[in-house]
Design a protein around this ligand. Structure first.
Ligand code: NAP
Length: 370
């Protein structure tokens, strides 16, 4: 049971209110991010899983600013009833500084999305994003009749983006590509080149390409994966502190969304004002995207890591031009299930239910809870 002192130490680090009553005598876990209490679906998925297995564990949202991240991890380390946490934007990289050990898979991605607390208090970091991606395409999901893709080996995968999520996808796809190839296309060339160089060490052919190369390469792919933020809903904070909107752009073409001061984004007519400035650029992006989608053979699959909105412009253009499509909901649920396995397998083993059947049931429970 978490002591009053534990609860106070954790609560002091958070920007949202810690629901101490929800913890009560339970063990607890949760998601660490800048503001997951405002948008994250993880508490719904995990709490449904805990309820299904009648586990005395609760899952909460921990909003924390970067300056308090180390203190929060220290408080978790000292709290016996903390079982582990997921990590989301923007702490997946910085959190690694505060862990006792990092799994090899997370180390190569250079980001952690899951922390497990060992019984001696050691905090170990994992990354389940890439495996979640692979499972979501290769295993039949509860809402589908068959898997999105039969296999990855021998396939040409075109990865759009070279940020944190792209790195997770790239390494895990590369593990299965065999004599296939990975093409990495990013607005900023450097991260694409360095990711391609890292992947090449594992054997599969990996090449960085530019936006200008897309019309030549996209029709040759078997699978196109968007791991950029182009198409994502909501307000997007930029590195310079300003904000923008990405939802109306397709990942298949360049996007230069105008930025505005954060204070202006809160005004009632901000999206309309922004649209007036952005209109011509959005039209150019959408036209180029549709033209390219039409040139890509219909068997090529379009996959988007984004799940809000459910259908991005990239996926809409894919669907309208006859391509099979899948959004990022299946990836986030599969990565959650893999993180659940990491965090709770000992508890499930003790009950003799650490089995594929249990995890298949939990996958269905999480889909229903979405
Ligand atoms: P990130 O590290 O910030 O990377 C952002 C990527 O988007 C970079 O490749 C960046 O290119 C590109 N980008 C941003 N603005 C762009 C623009 N205007 N034009 C072209 N490219 C642009 O973000 P992340 O963590 O990798 O996340 C990427 C997306 O994946 C997000 O939408 C996130 O929600 C989603 N995601 C989904 C799951 C899931 O389970 N379904 C898991 C993780 C992430 P530059 O390098 O040129 O800036």
């Amino acid at each position: 049971m978490a002591s009053a002192k534990d609860i106070a130490s954790i609560g002091r680090c958070l920007s949202n209110r810690l629901d101490a009553a929800a913890i009560g005598e339970k063990s607890f876990s949760g998601v660490i991010g800048d503001a997951p209490s405002l948008y994250s679906k993880s508490p719904r998925l995990w709490n449904a899983a805990f309820r299904h297995l009648q586990m005395n564990t609760v899952y909460l949202a921990f909003d924390v600013v970067a300056a308090e991240l180390g203190n929060l991890l220290t408080a978790f380390k000292h709290c016996d009833s903390f079982v582990g946490a997921n990590v989301t934007v923007p702490h997946k990289v910085r959190v690694m500084d505060f862990l006792d050990d990092i799994d090899r898979g997370a180390a190569r991605i250079k980001a952690v999305n899951t922390i497990v607390r060992a019984s001696d208090g050691r905090l170990v970091g994992y990354n389940t994003d890439g495996e979640g991606f692979v499972q979501s395409i290769l295993q039949c999901q509860p809402n589908l009749k068959k898997a999105f893709l039969a296999k990855l080996d021998g396939m040409t995968v075109l990865l759009l983006g070279a940020g944190g999520a792209a790195r997770a996808v790239a390494f895990h796809a590369a593990d299965l590509l065999a004599d296939g190839r990975l093409l990495i296309c990013n607005r900023t060339p450097e991260p694409a080149h360095s990711l391609a160089a890292e992947i090449q060490k594992l054997a599969p052919a990996a090449t960085a390409i530019t936006d200008e190369d897309l019309p030549m390469w996209a029709p040759k792919a078997g699978l196109i994966v968007n791991s950029t933020t182009k198409g994502q809903g909501g307000i997007r904070k930029l590195a310079d502190g300003r904000v923008t909107f990405m939802e109306r752009y397709s990942a298949l073409a360049p996007a230069n969304p105008p930025a505005m001061a954060e204070a202006d984004a809160g005004k009632s007519d901000s999206e309309r004002t922004w649209s007036n400035v952005a209109g011509a650029g959005i039209e150019a992006n959408n036209q180029a995207s549709m033209q390219l989608a039409q040139s890509i053979p219909a068997h090529v699959r379009f996959y988007d890591l984004i799940y809000h909105p459910e259908e991005t412009v990239f996926l809409r253009h894919g669907r309208l031009t006859g391509h099979p499509t899948m959004n990022g909901k299946s990836m986030i649920i599969n990565q959650a299930l893999l993180a659940f396995q990491r965090m709770c397998n000992a508890a499930l083993q003790a009950r003799g239910i650490d089995t594929p059947q249990t995890y298949r049931q939990l996958l269905e429970v999480m889909y229903q809870a979405w």
